[in-house]
Design a protein around this ligand. Sequence first.
Ligand code: SAH
Length: 226
Amino acid sequence: MNLEAPAREALARFEDKLDVLRRFLLTENEKYNLTALTEAEEVSAKHFFDSFAASPLLPCGASVCDVGCGAGFPLLPLALARGDCTFLGVDATEKKVNFVRAASSLLALENCRAEHLRAEELCSSRRESFDVVTARAVAELSVLCEYCLPLLKEGGLMIAYKGPGAKTELDGAKKALSLLGGSAENVIGYSLPTGEERALVLIRKTGQTPLKYPRGGNKPRLKPLK
Ligand code: SAH
């Protein structure tokens, strides 16, 4: 599947709103240090284009959770491109969630909410309730699976945004997948406009996640399921 052409089209189709978002991000960044990227071209390629990559993979009308959405990536571009879907972003850092809320109202995104929560906390109120869970630059895949898979309905799809090491990470997440009820479905590579290689790792939830996951006390990160 070619993910680049749809991402390029989305960049063009939503140019005006993305300009507004870029300006807002860069202004607020001076106050709150939200992103390491500060050049307009970089924001376009590495935040906007990259975020759009998963857009064609979302089923019609899906409820989507973006875990560790940070300053709104991939959350905000996906919500812009997929008005038919509903989005919830969660992040452990309050200033980022406040930014996402403000950006979402600035862009008049009625299908996008954000909560200041850790993914593990969301698992108690919204367990097995999303069609799709996305995550970018949050944790290594074996850790990420413990955050994301409990949130998915059976049959739902986890989409992890990764770099060129995606396949190796997937190999290292085999045990986590089998314990958590996931199975690897595909790894789709694509290139950013800068030429850098990226990949989406698709994991299908094929069985219920046992209730003991996610483990408490930051165990997913400190003692990954390996
Ligand atoms: N997805 C964004 C942000 C990446 S930075 C992007 O790609 O630009 C990683 C973010 O994940 C941080 O904002 C951090 O607060 C958040 N995070 C890490 N572990 C988390 C957890 N368990 N639950 C919620 N957010 C988490």
